[in-house]
Design a binder for this molecule. Structure first.
Ligand code: FAD
Length: 568
């Protein structure tokens, strides 16, 4: 049955709600302690998901203010940035996970191992499902006063045929499967009965997606093949092994500073990792991958077939079924196809009671940057005695305006680069003008894109922390918070500022070297020292002392004995 009898509290089902399902709630009898009674009377905070967003919230929340329930189909937190290292045995899988119950001890909450299926926003009930002891699906409700949706995302298939022939890298099980497949290919390639051509195919490793994760995986794979292969598989010739990285854009790591993406490309070229840019995969077959490659001038495309024994698919993320269901339910309030839209206080747009929040990969914040910019330009026009509706903006003026916008709306800074590009596209020879109406239309069209934040652990973490700080304040600010009915005014806005994302930089491991990008032209790249810096940063961010000790032991073990090349 439900995994619910944690701490001293037991949750007993009664039926109800729109679907007349069992409702799980705290049930006390005469023998229960004062502490249990106090727990029961606290506002119910339900967190869906035990990933980066959910855990950051749990770690900062005051332990005494809420009755916390976490719902997740996995009972551990996964430290995703190091997952590529686990696919090749540099790190052990267990070093990257922390039991969610350990993390929850601080807030004395409940963990329910189940998946959220739906939310009844008016009745404040989350419908969850789980398989019972007989393998039968059971659905039930969990009531909430505040609900936080932090369920992450799923891999984006981009409608490509044959993805069942690919591996994905999202979870610990994916890493295990990848590790087994790589080793299985190496073993098969070694068999005396394997023909030359088949051996080359088995040893052709393809990564589709040149973002940080695809790049890090290619680098880890290269390290494994380069450092441990000759020792463990002396029959295999290094020149029979190939690693290919397929990227649809002109450069790998294209969201990083240009110098860094060039550095990574040069490094890969030196290491003989075959980087195929401007290439789009159209089909993945069991033993080959078909892609079209555009010439550098963009004038011609050719279709190529690459024999392969392994393909990793990592080309971005999209919405989970649960989030799609919620978005459809909320109708016009949700227009983004990729993520749940929230206001700047991270409240889900369109819910009737304003008590549902969405954070991390599953959400996007609507800042309405375009509206800010338009109103800014309007005020500028008035100041200079010009009619904003007849304002003409010269392309060359844009930089000056952008500087002003930067000062007034710090949250727009990361979008200005995109706006520059937009202007360049709009006005290719940079000599024309843009009238105010046209500008407004143009900005409105891309508002969704302008305001989308990166789907990163960094963002999910900041949003989780933000909610914890706000909930801590709310619990103190509103003694009658139990029902959390904001009758007048906006209590969230009254007690705490709106969420502001602070980009603290991006980093990527690229094979015995690493790159760091802090934005605004600040970047660094380097060899061994950078690798140690990269490790130190993740070591410090690791979720517990337990995982830190395990990580240190793994690195030491690998340094002394090499990687374990076994499949289980
Ligand atoms: P997640 O961390 O994915 O957590 C989602 C949680 O929700 C999980 O516990 C899941 O089990 C649970 N869940 C799912 N469905 C349901 C449901 N229906 N009901 C209840 N619970 C549910 N970001 C960086 O900033 N730096 C990096 O170096 C980096 N490297 C990465 C490497 C890899 C291999 C991957 C896969 C991602 C990487 N990311 C990195 C991205 C980062 O992991 C995500 O942005 C981050 O995990 C998002 O956090 P989240 O809390 O939104 O979702």
């Amino acid at each position: 049955g439900a995994d619910i009898a944690v701490s001293q509290l037991a949750l007993n089902p009664r039926t109800g709600g729109p679907k007349n399902l069992p409702i799980l709630e705290v049930n006390l009898d005469d023998n229960d302690t004062e502490e249990m009674r106090r727990q029961k009377d606290k506002p119910k905070l339900v967190i869906l998901g035990g990933g980066w967003g959910g855990v950051a919230l749990l770690k900062e929340l005051n332990p005494d203010d809420y009755h916390v329930t976490v719902v997740s189909p996995t009972n551990y937190f996964l430290f995703t940035p190091m997952l590529p290292s686990a696919t090749v045995g540099t790190l052990e899988l267990k070093s990257l996970v922390e039991p969610i119950r350990n993390i929850m001890q601080r807030v004395r909450g409940h963990f329910v191992r189940a998946s959220a299926e739906d939310v009844d926003f008016s009745a404040r009930l989350v419908e969850v499902s789980q398989l019972d002891c007989n393998g039968k699906q059971t659905n039930f409700y969990i009531p909430y006063d505040k609900l936080v949706i932090a369920v992450g995302s799923v891999t984006n298939p981009h409608g490509v045929k044959g993805l069942e022939n690919c591996h994905f890298l999202k979870d610990i099980n994916d890493a295990r499967k990848i590790r087994n497949k790589i080793i299985q290919n190496l073993e098969l390639a070694c068999l005396p009965t394997t023909k030359d051509e088949e051996r080359k195919r088995l040893l052709s490793f393809v990564v589709s997606g040149g973002g940080p994760t695809g790049v890090e995986f290619a680098a880890e794979l290269f390290d494994l093949l380069n450092e441990d292969l000759t020792l463990h598989f002396p029959r295999l010739l290094r020149n029979e092994i190939s690693v290919h990285l397929i990227q649809s854009r002109g450069h790998i790591l294209n969201t990083y500073d240009e110098a860094l993406s060039k550095y990574a490309e040069d490094r890969f070229a030196r290491d003989q990792v075959d980087v195929l840019t401007n290439s789009r995969v159209s089909e993945v077959r069991p033993d080959s991958i078909i892609f079209t490659q555009q010439s550098e001038d963009g004038k011609s495309t050719i279709t190529k077939e690459l024999p392969m024994g392994f393909c990793l698919w990592f080309t971005g993320v999209s919405q989970t079924e649960f989030c799609q269901r919620l978005a459809a339910k909320l109708g016009d309030a949700q227009t983004n196809k990729h993520a749940l839209e929230t206001d700047t206080h991270l409240r889900l747009n369109g819910t009737p009671l304003g008590d549902v929040y969405a954070i991390g990969d599953c959400s996007t914040v609507q800042n309405n940057i375009a509206d800010h910019i338009v109103s800014f330009l309007r005020s500028l026009a008035w100041k200079h005695g010009r009619d904003p509706e007849n304002l003409e903006l010269h392309f060359q003026d844009w930089r000056a305006v952008a500087e002003q916008v930067k000062k007034k709306f710090p949250q727009a800074v990361s979008h200005l680069k995109r706006l520059d590009k937009l202007f360049a596209e709009y006005d290719k020879d940079q000599s024309g003008t843009l009238d105010f109406g046209e500008l407004r239309e143009l900005l409105k069209q891309i508002d969704n894109k302008l305001t989308s934040l990166p789907a990163t652990a960094q963002r999910a973490h900041q949003q989780g922390q933000y909610l914890a700080h706000k909930f801590n304040k709310l619990a103190r600010a509103a003694p009658g918070l139990k029902a959390n009915e904001i009758v007048e005014g906006d209590l969230d806005a009254a007690v705490y500022k709106a969420f502001e994302y602070k980009h603290l930089g991006s980093l990527a491991y690229i094979g015995n070297s690493a790159v760091f990008d802090w934005g605004d032209g600040w970047s660094l790249s380097g060899g061994l020292w950078a690798v140690y810096a990269w490790r130190s940063i993740y070591f410090a961010q690791s979720v517990s002392l337990r995982t830190r000790i395990l990580l240190a032991m793994d690195w030491a073990k690998r340094g002394m004995f090499g990687r374990d090349l076994m499949s289980f």
